[in-house]
Design a binder for this molecule. Sequence first.
Ligand SMILES: Nc1ncnc2c1ncn2[C@@H]1O[C@H](COP(=O)(O)OP(=O)(O)OP(=O)(O)O)[C@@H](O)[C@H]1O
Ligand SMILES: [Mg+2]
Length: 302
Amino acid sequence: MISLASVEQVEALLEEHGYIAERSLCTAVFLALRLERPLFLEGEAGVGKTEIAKTLANALSRPLLRLQCYEGIDRQTALYDWNYARQLLHIRLREAGRVDQGDMGWEKRVEDEVYSERFLLRRPLLQAISTTPAPVLLIDEVDRSDAEFEAFLLELLAEFQVTIPELGTIRASEKPLVILTSNRTRELHDALKRRCLYYWIDYPTIEKEMRIVTAHVPGLAQALTHSLCLFIQRLREEPLYKVPGLAETIYFAQALEALNVRVLDEAVLRDTMGCLLKYRDDLELLTGESGRSRVANLLAKV
Ligand SMILES: Nc1ncnc2c1ncn2[C@@H]1O[C@H](COP(=O)(O)OP(=O)(O)OP(=O)(O)O)[C@@H](O)[C@H]1O
Ligand SMILES: [Mg+2]
């Protein structure tokens, strides 16, 4: 397994795999690895929270296990369940082949069989503590789960072990690198936050955004990359319902490349605004009556 000796190494490895990160974020990653602490990432949509977990798994040659949280997610979906259909089938087959009706130990034996590893469905959290090499465990959008599930996560992250009544206790031999993300649709409890290193990923600076665009769309001329990033930075200051994130910047850059655009002007923007804005009200704000002067204003600063 690849181990990282310094913050600089984290920075270089991430960049090598296409993820551009500030030093402070690299420091948080380094500490999460070194101190074996979960890393809790918050930030607006599309700033690179999910992507860093994927990149780290790839860069560290570790398996990625992803638990996508949602309202109502429970232990069975997150941790383990029994394969009831296969268990039933197994019992039927055993019944069919049963020879001695007077065999008193039969039921107990079949019960032991159906509650064995063979019939266990390992969900991401159980996989995370029983996989080697230690994986990267991404617990994505944890703010969507409810408080009860959060309490259960807290327990798991404290111990990295799970007790399955029928099988016993399973404990991680190496701790996975845990990355939790949240869009802050609700605040998480202090108890969970206390277990983690916390990092807020902000919208990127112009320099960072340009580096990301260059990494994703290397064919785009530097001057155009500069003006499109500057335009998006200014656009984020407008009173939009949904501010464009990095995913939108990348789509936009790809669109400009595909259309062979050389200069960012009003006509180009009018035709490609759908790459950046995904709500009618936001589009209206820039393309409606007063929109023209807004766009002209934004372009004048580019
Ligand atoms: N620092 C970065 N370096 C390179 N690419 C990045 C970076 N941050 C984001 N991206 C790109 O932007 C896209 C959006 O990032 P990602 O899906 O990780 O956002 P997110 O914060 O998880 O958003 P959401 O809250 O909507 O899930 C990714 O597909 C990735 O390609
Ligand atoms: Mg995400």
